[in-house]
Ligand binder design. Sequence first.
Ligand code: SF4
Length: 249
Amino acid sequence: MKSYLSEIFSSIQGEGPYVGERHLFLRFCDCHRKCIFCDTVVERTETVLIENVAGSGTFEPIPNPLSVEQVMDIIRRMDKKKRNRRISVTGGAPLLQAHYLRELLPVLCGERHSIYLESAGDLPQQLKSIVEWLDIVAMDVKLSSVTKEKNTFPAHWQFLKICRDSNVEVFTKLILSSETNEDELIQAVQGIKKAGGEETLIVIQPMSKAAKTDAVPRPEQLLRWQEMIGHIIPNVRVIPQTHKIMEML
Ligand code: SF4
């Protein structure tokens, strides 16, 4: 089986509570959503860009799609010195490649890698098919007032419940812009509490400026929302996209 990837590189995890760890990123092509703030090229590409030396910004293009064996050869080469704490499976929407991941993840786990899945958090059946190989799930809960798409809360709650039932570590990420609707935000947080319990970590990620939007939230909004959410779920942190501050991948 083969799959389309856009990039493979080693860098610092720039988002969420694992910020600062060194991860090896597998970025898959394709996405079923169209978030207005998206900063990722999700279309299938003819080549996968493999970073030659971590942090160098120089890439070797190799033809897409890649087999599991090819991806494993690349990972073994890039992680020869075992510097990467985890493998970040990201996208795009990597769960669209769940069939492929069902082949790749057992091999990675067999070689003692820790698997960190970054997901839009709305494809519960695909998650279920691979959850046994995951160590950490970073799941988005997407607000329509921010993404400018219809929200998919029921799918998010099923997704979160599968993580809980499977005892996989999970945290939720709310990307918020200055246009966040507070009623929708509260509805989202109540849904997280119901599906995941009140010990669930919520990360507020302030939206970064993107090609199609500059509705970056203001400091007083972030503090207000953290306080509002904290009345429902106590563990709520504001963490920006730090890799962008450091101008890293
Ligand atoms: S889910 Fe992620 S990759 Fe897909 S459009 Fe939204 S931000 Fe972009």
